[in-house]
Design a protein. Structure first.
Length: 438
């Protein structure tokens, strides 16, 4: 079962090496070039061209469950899992939420170009993106730690990951001194996609014997990878997830195509107050799933003979191969509402409300103070609260005539274990880039 869990985690994170994550703290910064990716009505002060890779790179993780919810210090000074006898059920289960979520991604711009022309600002981007998420209900952890007396029904468990190339053209049109509108049209080329869902998991206990029933699906679009199979303990043919992980490097061509659009607007309602709104990633990809599996309505009995319940639960991940299929999947759309107020000529305050959809839906309210110095240095400090708890952020952007450098964080762990593992919720976001301006 340990290998199965590692395989599932790897499947969910296999493509997180490239996703141009949105840098929330930079939304109101004057010299943050890529603010238009969060609202296409926003525009840089100058034209620009990005340097490959170093033009824009970012990594992000978010969640309401962290390392210290799963690993605990033991009396011998080492770390143990939540299943260790020294870890009480109350200690483990108390901090958990009804649904425990983790999302992750990272990103890089391959090419970005911005051209300022009178009332219209044009942008062109090519980037590689990855989106990953996992959602596990409280009842699953409670069942693993405490077992069951009678019957328990566990809500669905979800894992999802996708990677794709995005080519986008955008335009920001200044209608008048008060209103600016913008749009970005995106073509999407799917590289790989994986989605796993376990439904209708129920466990009934009677006289020390557990009857477990569940069904689930596994879908994957990995062109160049054939469906690896093996024999289950019952002699049926099932998908070999371990081998699937090993074969991912064989992906050699697109696994789907699609499109999306971003829309945005800014409105200077008062001389010092500007409101803004946007919706991004409105669209999706039609994936060609060459990996397609279904558990059916699996049921098995656990009578305590096995020393490891987790090994028994590995039957949850026994998917029988099905015929390939195609499925259209929406991107996780994001909606933003912003308000910026000019406190002083060089100091601006901002308030940004964000809601993201997808496998791991999330909401956030972020307040920021933006300081512009000498028309060349912009500094921002921000604090946010939302689905993933409290976080703070900071950023700096430097306009050096022909170069623009930005670096910042949306959130950063402040506590670590002796093994240098971050404690608390896994909220981490780093972003940086160096671009040529003209």
């Amino acid at each position: 079962m340990k290998r199965i869990i590692i395989s599932i985690a790897a499947l969910a994170a296999a493509f997180s090496a490239s996703y141009a994550q949105d840098f929330q703290t930079g939304y109101f910064m004057d010299d943050y070039i890529f603010a238009y990716k969060m609202n296409p009505a926003l525009r840089p002060e100058k034209s620009f061209v990005s340097l490959p890779v170093i033009g824009g790179f970012s990594v992000r993780t978010n969640g309401n469950i962290g390392i210290d919810n799963l690993l605990f210090p033991l009396s011998n000074g080492k770390l143990g899992t939540f299943m260790h006898p020294e870890v009480s059920a109350e200690r483990f289960l108390g901090p958990l939420s009804s649904r425990n979520k983790i999302s992750a991604g990272a990103g890089v711009n391959i090419l970005s170009l911005g051209i300022k022309r009178a009332r219209i600002y044009h942008t062109l981007d090519i980037s590689v993106r990855s989106i990953n998420g996992m959602s596990v209900p409280y009842k699953m952890f409670s069942f693993l730690k405490e077992g069951v007396d009678g019957r328990v029904d566990i809500p669905h468990v979800d894992f999802a990951s996708s990677a794709f190339v995005e080519a986008a053209y955008g335009a920001s049109l200044k209608i008048n001194d008060k209103i600016t509108v913008g749009a970005r049209i995106k073509g999407l080329v799917g590289l790989a996609n994986a989605k796993m869902r376990i439904d209708n998991l129920s466990v009934t206990s009677r006289d020390g014997v557990w009857t477990v029933t569940a069904n689930g699906t596994l879908k994957g679009a990995f062109k160049g990878v054939s469906t690896p199979v093996k024999q289950s303990d019952h002699g049926t043919e099932i998908i070999d997830i371990d081998q699937l992980i090993d074969d991912i490097d064989n992906i050699n061509k697109p696994a789907g195509f699609g499109g999306a659009i971003d829309l945005g607007v800014t409105y200077k309602i008062l001389p010092k107050l500007e409101l803004s709104a946007s919706i991004t990633d409105l669209g999706g990809i039609r994936w060609k799933n060459n990996i397609n599996g279904c558990t059916g309505k699996n049921s098995w009995v656990y009578d305590g003979d096995s020393d490891d319940l987790l090994d028994e639960l590995s039957k949850l991940f026994e998917f029988q191969p099905q015929n390939p299929d195609k499925k259209f999947e929406m991107l996780p759309t994001t909606i933003r509402l912003g308000a910026k107020y000019d406190i002083l000529p060089m100091l601006k305050g901002g308030l940004l409300l964000t809601h993201g959809f997808g496998v791991v839906p999330w909401s956030e309210v972020r307040a920021s103070a933006n300081l512009a110095l000498w028309k060349a240095v912009n500094l921002t400090g921000a604090a946010a609260v939302g689905t993933f708890g409290f976080s703070w952020g900071m950023a700096a952007a430097f306009d050096m005539k022909f170069l623009n450098l930005f670096i910042g964080i949306d959130s950063l762990p402040t506590r670590y274990t002796p093994q240098y593992l971050p404690l608390g919720k896994p909220n981490l976001a780093l972003s940086c880039g160096l671009n040529i301006t003209f």
